[in-house]
Design a protein around this ligand. Sequence first.
Ligand SMILES: *Cc1c(COP(=O)(O)O)cnc(C)c1O
Length: 396
Amino acid sequence: MKEAARPIYRPIYLDCQATTPVDPRVVEAMLPFFSEHFGNPASITHAYGWAAEAAVSQSRQTLAAAIHAEPEEIIFTSGATEANNLAIKGVAEAYFAQGKHIVTVQTEHHAVLDPCDYLETLGFDVTRLPVQADGLVAIADLEAALRPDTILVSVMAANNEIGVLQPLAEIGVRCRDRGILFHTDAAQAIGKIPLDVNALSVDLLSMTAHKVYGPKGIGALYVRRRRPRVQLAPQIHGGGHERGLRSGTLAPAQIVGFAKAVELAIATMAEEQAQLATWRDRLWQQVQTLPGVRLNGHPTQRLAGNLNISIEGVDGQALLLGLRAIVALSSGAACSSTKTTPSHVLKALGRSDALAYASLRFGLGRFNTAAEIDRVAEAVCETVTSLRQASAQPSR
Ligand SMILES: *Cc1c(COP(=O)(O)O)cnc(C)c1O
């Protein structure tokens, strides 16, 4: 059989909000847990199980320390989607006798919005807060939305499209004062900004490994055990793993990789984020030489590695086509098999459909280089200029 032709050239990867490559140091840490220490951490009768359990336990400690939590407060899941589902549906099911009102935000990831939509079909009442033009939630809007029957507020730490960092501490204290649980989806934030569940008054926090140079398929939910002790209804039933909150054999290799990835990111956070911010600002300066380019999201309260722009007067589809041989990135169009819709995040900022489609999300990361950033800036400028020239020409 003939092998399919492989491209000899791969575009520059600038899609780190979608996923990141696994850091080689993470791969190395994971390898012994496939064939050598392959035991089931739940096997308490022999050394194979003990070795796996010791590694899981060590990783749990690392991850807990990363957010100033206790190891028993970390529940491993398959990723942030599952962690969000467990947090939102788990709280709804455990607290419905106290109230059926949930508050979230229009710019959340679908892994938060869709569980909320689902709960609405079961009789829960969901408020989806708008955001300001810069993508931030207004505290006054949040306060106005809280009711005596509100049981949960879910607001993400860092947005996956526009990188905006929500004011978690200000939201947290308002929830805590009223006895309302506060969940945050920190999939884009862990390892990139400092997170302290106590300082932020966070009760539940979702994480994932693959946005921070760890493997796909592993994540965790932090569940507060003291002041207050959060009750949660499990969403996956079985062998009673993870204190009965999430059954299923633990994946030691994935868990060890997750902890290693977070540990590395936190150890180098200050320098790494400063480097990314420098590149991000340089990219922004260079693309701003084009007329009609707008920044999406707050100019400073954002992730260092994210730049999201809308470009006037170009077709979004043509723009991506023109760039895809050079750079791998995402646009403000969400494609399903049947139709393309403008990003709900950019729409919530008040962008028109055309500006939402004609947007680019640059996700910079650890393995990029300054030369790559310059190459991408140049390609964006050239492509936009030539598309504009082509559309200005009278059609024959
Ligand atoms: C990627 C992402 C998710 C989903 O995480 P998975 O681990 O892929 O399930 C959820 N929320 C945000 C903000 C994300 O960026």
